[in-house]
Design a protein around this ligand. Structure first.
Ligand code: NAP
Length: 321
């Protein structure tokens, strides 16, 4: 089956790209994945998405994005993409038993936070365990929180958390940080931030909410329990780019490399959201880049794939903002 545009992924970036391209009469197909909606589906309160002064639950926000895209005729299929071939035109995309061809692709497959991998960490996720201080720090006013990691993200999270929390303890598995010097200096100069070196969180304790952590000192080989109100995991993210390995330029951490905001190394293939953004990783920035990718894809299709329009199969694209 041939499509002019396929959007792979269904977080804020994918759904926003769908809203814009559907309104531009590009009849996008969104291959949303079996777990559609992205990282916000495992987030509870979203307090910083503009337009929701009282906040909104992550899954509800994503449902609204989706409804809005469907209203303009975006087709949604909740299947995982298992194969992509960007070396031929039209491009090939397989999802389930269906093999699609398409003239353009927007990649919005997102990224996932790395987790330590503890059962208790999973059970208490959203109930004291988080991987996003920007999203959740506000809920820890006057509390004692812990951050795991020694990179720039961990320092950034610790500094941000210190604006709300009473104390912030960084738990790092070695005795030297990986973070850039300037971030290290900022964190170390912050009177609310302290460090536990050579240490690993080995259990998260709490029934309804985090109450304590079990921490192992790797040098001493001993374990202890410390009271805690929150645990922020900041040990990196993994962009979902495995489908495109060897087909698109990615950076050392696996993020899609873009030029002019959304253009990838393959003409006609655009990237939006966390899959190309190691830095901001916010729902609102992902949505913004979904819009950019949509406008870029529309321009590309207008310049390179007018024939479908000329044949009268679809109305002339017309973007509305
Ligand atoms: P990162 O640099 O890979 O650091 C990950 C940290 O987590 C490391 O300290 C690592 O320990 C630790 N870690 C990894 N797996 C662990 C595990 N299972 N248990 C305990 N600790 C674990 O990741 P990042 O901090 O997310 O940064 C990613 C990239 O984005 C970097 O290039 C960074 O410079 C950039 N970034 C920049 C900014 C900024 O400029 N403002 C902000 C955020 C991120 P080891 O050190 O022992 O390996």
């Amino acid at each position: 089956m041939h499509k002019r545009l396929i959007i792979i992924g269904s977080g804020p970036a994918g759904y926003t790209a769908a809203i814009y391209t559907a309104r531009a009469n590009l009849s996008p197909l969104v291959l949303a994945g079996t777990q559609s909606g992205g990282q916000l589906m495992i987030t509870t309160d979203v307090d910083n998405y503009p337009g929701f002064p009282k906040g909104i639950q992550g899954p509800e926000l994503m449902e609204r994005f989706r409804e809005q895209a469907e209203r303009f005729g975006a087709e949604m299929i909740d299947r995982d993409v298992t194969f992509v071939d960007l070396s031929q035109r039209p491009f090939l995309v397989r999802a389930g038993d269906e093999l699609y061809t398409c003239d353009s692709i927007i990649i919005a497959t997102g990224a996932n936070a790395k987790w330590i991998g503890l059962e208790s960490e999973l059970r208490l996720r959203g109930r004291g365990v988080s991987a996003c201080a920007t999203c959740d720090a506000f809920f820890f006013k006057g509390k004692n929180v812990f951050v795991v990691g020694g990179g720039d993200t961990a320092m950034e999270e610790a500094i941000f958390l210190s604006k709300f929390a009473k104390t912030v303890t960084v738990v790092h598995r070695r005795d030297a940080l990986r973070a850039s010097k300037i971030m290290q200096e900022r964190a170390m100069a912050n009177p609310k931030i302290s460090f536990m070196w050579n240490s690993l969180v080995t259990n998260v304790i709490g029934e309804e909410h985090v109450t304590a952590l079990e921490i192992e000192n790797l040098k001493a080989g001993s374990k202890g329990i410390v009271p805690a109100d929150g645990l922020f995991i900041a040990i990196g993210h993994i962009p979902s780019t495995i489908l495109f390995t060897g087909q698109l330029e990615t950076d050392g951490n696996g993020y899609v490399v873009v030029r002019n905001l959304t253009r990838t190394s393959v003409d006609g293939v655009f990237a939006a959201g966390d899959v190309k953004d190691a830095r901001y990783r916010q729902a609102v920035t992902a949505a913004g880049s979904g819009c950019e990718a949509a406008l870029d894809a529309e321009k590309y299709l207008g310049e390179h794939h007018q024939e479908t329009i000329a044949s009268g199969k679809i109305p002339s694209p017309e973007i509305s903002r």
